[in-house]
Write a protein that binds this ligand. Structure first.
Ligand SMILES: NC(=O)c1ccc[n+]([C@@H]2O[C@H](COP(=O)([O-])OP(=O)(O)OC[C@H]3O[C@@H](n4cnc5c(N)ncnc54)[C@H](OP(=O)(O)O)[C@@H]3O)[C@@H](O)[C@H]2O)c1
Length: 174
């Protein structure tokens, strides 16, 4: 199964200066727990922002000379990344950023989306081509955590959306 996972602020922001606009360790821990053991499809900028990238990560970039960390493979399109990730036999998670979500979401069965109920300054928006109206909400949990930059409590809604008939991927051209 192909899933996507991400978190979005109430004003649609996903990223700031190459990282997250907020500091909520529990939300990051949820992300890490959820994708543990999966094959990942990652945009090049998101990949470069990560301290640790697990093996079987497929990095989407048009730069053919990009040097990859051990266990990571560059792919030149989102579809190729999804095909390669599926070929590992592991569950597949698309972890962003924005353009990668936009290209991958037609193929995703599930979207694990954390809605952070606070507005944040940012420079990267959740793509507006993904309309939650097309998805069914299948799971929801709600927690309040301390956001460490503002020192304010923030509501995090851990949602899982599902789309009934994701597009089929073209066969891997070996
Ligand atoms: N809130 C969240 O859940 C979440 C999740 C992920 C990321 N983020 C944040 O979002 C920001 C990064 O996201 P972003 O959208 O700016 O960048 P990104 O999607 O991580 O990476 C963009 C890069 O991916 C490659 N790329 C994108 N689409 C492609 C395509 N169709 N074909 C081939 N290559 C393609 C290009 O790499 P080349 O330039 O090398 O060709 C492009 O410059 C950061 O601030 C990050 O922390 C937040």
């Amino acid at each position: 199964m192909i899933s996507a996972i991400g978190a979005v602020a109430s004003n649609g922001m996903l990223g700031l200066d190459g990282w997250l606009p907020w500091d909520i360790p529990e939300e990051l821990a949820y992300f890490e727990r959820t994708v543990a053991g999966a094959a990942l499809v990652i945009g090049r900028l998101t990949y470069e922002s990560m301290d640790v990238v697990p093996e079987d990560s497929f990095i989407v970039s048009r730069q053919s000379d990009l040097v990859m960390r051990p266990g990571c493979v560059r792919v030149d399109s989102v579809v190729t990344g999804l095909q390669c990730a599926l070929a590992t036999g592991k569950p597949v998670f698309v972890i962003g950023g924005a353009s990668i979500y936009a290209a991958a979401w037609p193929y995703c069965r599930r979207f694990f989306l954390t809605r952070i109920e606070m507005s944040f300054e940012g420079d990267t928006l959740f793509p507006d081509v993904i309309s939650a109206g097309d998805w069914h909400l299948v799971a929801e949990d709600r927690k309040i955590y301390l956001e460490k930059r503002t020192g304010q409590p923030v509501v995090c809604r851990f949602l899982q959306y599902e789309q009934e008939s994701p597009h089929k991927l073209p066969l891997l051209d070996l």
